[in-house]
Design a protein around this ligand. Structure first.
Ligand code: GLC
Length: 474
C-alpha cells in the first residue's frame, strides 16, 4: 500500500498560502506551493476541512459536505489542485468530520432525528469544557465539541447512507482517502447513561473535569465497529486514518476497519528518552500507528520540545516505521504564536495556526494583504532562506525524507545510556540524546545523518542531538 511508510504533510488551508490578498489561505494558494511539497519529498498532503462552514471551529463545523467554502475557493479549484498534485506524484487526503455537523447544516433543520436529543442532559462533557448538551425548543441536543457542532446519530441508517455518499463523492473527485476526525466519538451509549466516575487513568491527557469521569458512555461505544465498517464500504481500499483519542491498547476495534490511528501517546510524551521509549514500545505492540507530533490542535515541535530539541523530534518522527504526519511549518522550525491567544478559537488554539512563512518579508510571502493571524519572526524562520542552507531545518527534513525510503521495515528498541533513545531499523540505528549533556552513543557504525554537524563524535552524542548510523559496532 502506498501509505505504509508515507509522509503525509498537513496543510491547514486557512494558513498555508493566500492567492487573492484577503489574508486567508485558499486552495489556489495550496496549488501554488505544491512544488515545495514535491521538493521536500512528501508523499501526500492532508487538507484540514475545506467545506462550507460558518467557521465556529474553522471548518470542523461543516454545513455542506460536498462543497468548498468560498474562503478557500470552489470545487473546480479543488479539482485543479488534485490534478496538479497528481502531476507531481502527490496524493491528497481530505478531512472527514463524521461525528457532528455545523448547527447551520440544513440536516439539522430538515432531519432533527439524525441528531441526538434528550429531555434532560446527562453528565457528559464537551471536549471544550462544560456540558455536552444545549437546550433548543424545550429539548437538549448533544454536542461533544462546541454547541455549534451537534452530534449526528450514527445508529440512524439515513445518517450512515448520507455519509457514505459524502465519502464516495471526494474519492470520485480524486481524494486518496481521509483523516477521520474525532472518531472515538462516533457512537455513544444508546441509553445515554451518565459517565461513571473514573476508576483509573484514561491514558492520555484530559481536562480536569474529564479526568473525574470514566468517559465510557460518552464515547467509544462497543458497537463502533459496525459504523466504521460502513465507512470502509464507501471508500474501498482508500486510506482511512483515524483521530482516535484513546490509548493504543484500545485501538483494536478501530483498526479492524481503519488503516491507521494517530499515536497520541507519543504526541503527548515529554522529551525524555525513557518516556519516549515507553510510548513507542506501547504503540508498536500492534501495527497501525500513524505518527504525529504536532498539528492544528497541539503545539509545534519547536515550542513543545524546545528549539534545541526540535530537530531531534523531527528525526524521531520521520524514522519510526509506518506513516508519519508532518504539520506545515515544522519543516522550517516554525514556533507557536503568542501563548494563550484566543482571538478566534475559543479553545485557545490560534497559536498553533499562524501562517506558513515562505520568505523573510513581513507577511512571510503568505499573503499580499493582512494575514488573519500575524506571522512569527518571518525574517528569522522562512523557507526561502533555509532552502539554500544545507544545515537548515528544512534541509535536514528533506534529507530525512530521502533517507527514510531506504530504512528497513520494523523497529527494534536498543538499550542505550540514560537519556538516550535508540532504535534500529535494519542496518540503520537512530540515536537521540534528549539531555543537555553529552552522552555515550550506542555502539554502531558510521553516521549517515546528524541533526547538527558533529552531533556524533568519538562515540558520544552531543547534548540535544541525534544521529542515524549505518552498520554494526565499530
Ligand atoms: C478534532 C479536530 C479539532 C476539532 C475537533 C472537533 O479534534 O482536530 O480541530 O476542533 O475534532 O471537530
Amino acid at each position: 500500500m502506498w501509505w505504509q511508510d508515507a509522509v503525509i504533510y498537513q496543510v491547514y488551508p486557512r494558513s498555508f498560502q493566500d492567492s487573492d490578498g484577503d489574508g486567508l489561505g485558499d486552495l489556489p494558494g495550496v496549488e501554488q506551493r505544491l512544488d515545495h511539497l514535491a521538493w521536500l519529498g512528501v508523499d501526500a498532503l492532508w487538507l484540514s476541512p475545506i467545506y462550507p462552514s460558518p467557521m465556529h471551529d474553522f471548518g470542523y463545523d461543516v454545513s455542506d459536505y460536498k462543497g468548498v467554502d468560498p474562503v478557500f475557493g470552489t470545487l473546480e479549484d479543488f479539482d485543479r489542485l488534485a490534478a496538479a498534485a497528481r502531476e507531481r506524484g502527490l496524493r491528497v487526503l481530505l478531512d472527514l468530520v463524521p461525528c457532528h455537523t455545523s448547527i447551520e447544516h440544513p440536516w439539522f433543520r430538515e432531519h432533527p432525528d439524525w441528531y441526538i436529543w434528550a429531555d434532560q442532559p446527562n453528565n457528559w462533557l464537551s471536549a471544550f469544557g462544560g456540558s455536552a448538551w444545549s437546550r433548543l425548543n424545550g429539548r437538549y441536543y448533544l454536542h461533544s465539541f462546541y454547541p455549534e457542532q451537534p452530534d449526528l446519530d450514527w445508529r440512524n441508517p439515513d445518517v450512515v447512507a448520507a455519509m457514505q455518499d459524502v465519502l464516495a463523492f471526494w474519492i470520485g473527485r480524486g481524494a486518496a482517502g481521509y483523516r477521520v476526525d474525532a472518531i472515538d466519538r462516533l457512537l455513544k451509549d444508546p441509553e445515554l447513561r451518565d459517565d461513571p466516575p473514573a476508576s483509573g487513568p484514561f491514558g492520555l491527557p484530559l481536562s480536569d473535569e474529564e479526568t473525574k469521569l470514566a468517559l465510557t458512555n460518552s464515547r467509544n461505544a462497543p458497537d463502533t465497529g459496525v459504523a466504521l465498517a460502513r465507512m470502509r464500504d464507501a471508500v474501498d481500499d482508500h486510506l482511512l486514518v483515524g483521530e482516535v483519542y484513546l490509548p493504543s491498547a484500545k485501538w483494536q476495534p478501530y483498526l479492524e476497519h481503519l488503516d491507521a490511528a494517530f499515536a497520541f501517546e507519543l504526541l503527548h510524551a515529554d522529551w525524555d528518552a525513557s518516556v519516549l521509549r515507553a510510548a513507542i514500545e506501547a504503540t508498536t505492540r500492534r501495527a497501525g500507528a500513524a505518527w504525529v507530533l504536532s498539528n492544528h490542535d497541539f503545539g509545534r515541535l519547536v515550542t513543545r520540545f524546545g528549539a534545541e530539541n526540535a530537530r531531534s523530534a523531527a528525526l524521531m518522527l520521520l524514522t519510526l516505521p509506518g506513516p508519519a504526519f508532518l504539520y506545515q511549518g515544522d519543516e522550517i522550525g516554525l514556533g507557536d504564536g503568542p501563548g494563550g491567544e484566543r482571538k478566534f478559537d475559543r479553545a485557545g488554539r490560534d497559536r498553533y495556526r499562524h501562517p506558513m512563512q515562505w520568505d523573510g518579508s513581513p507577511t512571510g510571502g503568505f499573503t499580499t494583504g493582512e494575514p488573519w493571524l500575524p506571522t512569527v519572526e518571518p525574517e528569522r524562520v522562512n523557507v526561502e532562506a533555509q532552502r539554500e542552507d544545507p544545515r537548515s531545518t528544512v534541509s535536514l527534513v528533506r534529507d530525512l525524507l530521502a533517507l527514510r525510503r531506504v530504512l528497513a521495515d520494523g523497529l527494534e528498541l536498543v538499550d542505550a545510556a540514560p537519556g538516550v533513545l535508540a532504535y534500529r531499523r535494519g542496518e540503520h540505528t537512530v540515536a537521540i540524546n534528549t539531555t543537555a549533556e553529552e552522552r555515550p552513543a550506542p555502539a554502531t557504525g558510521e553516521p549517515v545523518l546528524e541533526t547538527w554537524p558533529g552531533a556524533l563524535r568519538a562515540g558520544a552524542l552531543a547534548a540535544h542531538s541525534g544521529a542515524i548510523t549505518m552498520g554494526l559496532s565499530r
